[in-house]
Design a binder for this molecule. Structure first.
Ligand SMILES: *[C@@H]1O[C@H](CO)[C@@H](O)[C@H](O)[C@H]1NC(C)=O
Ligand SMILES: *[C@@H]1O[C@H](CO)[C@@H](O)[C@H](O)[C@H]1NC(C)=O
Length: 541
């Protein structure tokens, strides 16, 4: 295995380098210009105790007001694409297109997309990055209800109509695994439901149908005129067998992958859920005395309709787990966890001092890419999410950890391309520090540090900006001397910026002098002069 050896070389010509973000995590302006509430607005406002420090994304990075600033940062990174998402309730406040469309929302995204194009940045646009209109949750139970297929399709067609002349890369859903499992099984995400053993499967079933419907809409109505691509973004860890000589561990690791990636990828590629999911969930359901499997079934007509509904596969990836078999007795009650019969472990050598997430395991990325190639017929792949966060309370712009992560993961992707995997683009996650769902602002994924306590939400470049920029301009890793030089330059620059920021408290102090002390003193002076003048005038008369 050549996992440990670094591969010097370049990416194929035209390889697309980018960064990503999503609407709810960055925009702020949650109730401005006619936007309706989303399930995440409601979740963060009402379900106190679910999100770190009860934080919300009401203002977040204020990217809604700072598109020009953000485009400057993209230019600084020299990326060729920017992955964004459209907020469904900003466009359609109730979620139902027949109710009304918010013109200000249309204008916002239209202007934003046009400005990106004027700056030679290709927009890759996600339709659903978790912010379902709250009304759809209240009235229909959100993704538990098959009626979402129609509402989502109406919304998607509106997006194709308004933005499809500009946007050529569409992602229907971002990480539907999290939407289904954390939203409807564990309740860690909005809408916070804990329908164990059924909720996630039902939600996923409707998400897959919605995806297929939207792909067909594009294919039938828009493709000829707009010539774009429609895909989905699936996020998964790599699951490695604990003992690669033990068939039970190998099967367990395979199950781990099928219950994550295969759950969505298999229907979209082959028309149905992975056999191993049908077997395990079916057997457990029987043992639990149920008359039918908790995993919903696609009809023959649906299978044919869903099969092959992707022009590219978006892939999100963060880290790796070791997997071993663990029998969970069915009588413990139905749950996704119980159905899989596995246990996840991490190698103690991957220890990270608790400051960073996730574990740095670059070789898992190459294996995942190889898995995608063999399982799904060597599809066109765009990496839509890959990155690392720091868990820090203080300002730290020297993010050596992120540099190590970029270097390792991008290099393994390069090896995968040499293996023959058809990867055409890479999206590093993410442009800015932003609201990280249940972790609030405690995890920082950004190339740019955002000072959330400051009303103006200023952004500062971390060292990794320099490093990623160099990978982009070299289109890979030319030679050891050059790559080592990038590292030194990046870390030198950041220590200077760090010192400037360390002087920030002084700056704040000076601001206070000009904003508060000066006006107060002036007012006092005027008052005093007035009193004196009165006194003098009285004496004279
Ligand atoms: C979050 O809200 C819950 C419920 O109101 C409260 O008990 C908890 O102290 C809050 N936490 C913080 C950090 O404010
Ligand atoms: C789904 O929505 C329909 C209306 O379209 C409603 O009649 C039905 O009760 C909903 N089902 C669930 C499970 O909420």
């Amino acid at each position: 295995r050549d996992d440990a050896s670094f591969y010097y070389g370049t990416f194929p010509p035209g390889f697309s380098w980018g960064v990503g973000s999503s609407a709810y995590q960055t925009e702020g302006a949650w109730d401005q210009d006619g936007k309706g509430p989303s399930i995440w607005d409601t979740f963060t406002h009402r379900q106190k105790g679910r999100v770190f420090m009860n934080q919300t994304a009401d203002s977040s990075c204020e990217s809604y007001y700072k598109t020009q600033d953000d485009i400057k940062l993209l230019k600084e990174l020299n990326v060729s694409h920017y992955r964004i998402s459209i907020s469904w309730p900003r466009l359609i406040p109730t979620g139902v297109k027949a109710d009304y469309v918010n013109g200000k929302g249309v204008k916002f995204y239209s202007d934003f997309i046009n400005t990106l194009l004027e700056n030679d940045i290709t927009p890759i646009v996600t339709l659903y990055h978790w912010d379902l209109p709250q009304m759809l949750q209240v009235k229909f139970g959100g993704w538990q209800n098959v009626s979402m297929v129609t509402y989502f399709n109406d919304y998607a067609n509106l997006c194709f109509e308004k933005f499809g002349d500009q946007v050529k890369h569409w992602i229907t859903f971002s990480d539907p695994w999290s939407v289904a499992k954390e939203g409807y099984e564990t309740g860690r995400h909005a809408p916070g439901l804990k329908l164990r053993g059924t909720g996630a499967y039902t939600a996923a079933h409707h998400i897959i149908k919605s995806h297929a419907k939207v792909w067909h809409s594009y294919d039938k109505i828009w493709r000829k005129k707009q010539q774009g691509l429609v895909g989905i973004s699936l996020t998964c860890n790599w699951g490695e067998p604990v003992d690669i000589t033990n068939p039970k561990d190998i099967e367990a690791a395979e199950r781990y992958m099928q219950f994550c990636l295969g759950w969505f990828a298999n229907p979209i590629c082959a028309g149905d859920y992975p056999q191993v999911m049908k077997d395990y969930i079916g057997r457990k359901s029987t043992e639990q005395g149920l008359g039918m499997s908790r995993l919903p079934v696609f009809s023959i007509h649906e299978k044919n309709y869903i099969k092959g509904t992707f022009d590219f596969l978006g892939l999100g990836h963060f880290t790796t787990r070791y997997i071993t078999e663990k029998n969970h007795p069915a009588r413990q009650g139905p749950s996704y966890q119980n159905d899989r019969d596995i246990a996840e472990l991490v190698d103690p050598n991957w220890s990270d001092l608790g400051c960073n997430w996730p574990h740095l395991v670059p070789w898992g990325f190459r294996r995942l890419l190889n898995f995608v190639q063999t399982q799904y017929g060597n599809p066109l792949v765009y990496v839509t999410e890959n990155g690392v966060s720091e868990k820090l309370n203080h300002i730290q712009l020297c993010d050596e950890w992120r540099i190590q992560y970029l270097k390792g993961y991008i290099n393994e992707m390069l090896k995968a391309i040499k293996d023959g995997v058809n990867v055409k683009g890479y999206t590093s996650w993410s442009l800015l520090d932003k609201f990280e769902w249940e972790n609030g602002y405690s995890y920082r994924y950004g190339f740019f540090y955002v000072e959330f306590n400051n009303r103006n939400k200023p952004r500062y470049p971390k060292a990794s900006v320099q490093y990623y920029k160099n990978i982009i301009s070299a289109n890979g890793f030319p030679n050891p001397i050059e790559v080592e030089r990038w590292y030194s330059i990046a870390t030198e620059t950041c220590s200077t910026t760090n010192q400037i920021l360390a002087a920030e408290p002084l700056l704040h102090h000076m601001q206070m002098v000009t904003e508060i002390v000066v006006p107060t003193v002036c007012t006092l002076c005027i008052l005093l002069s007035a009193v004196l003048l009165t006194f003098l005038l009285r004496r004279q008369s």
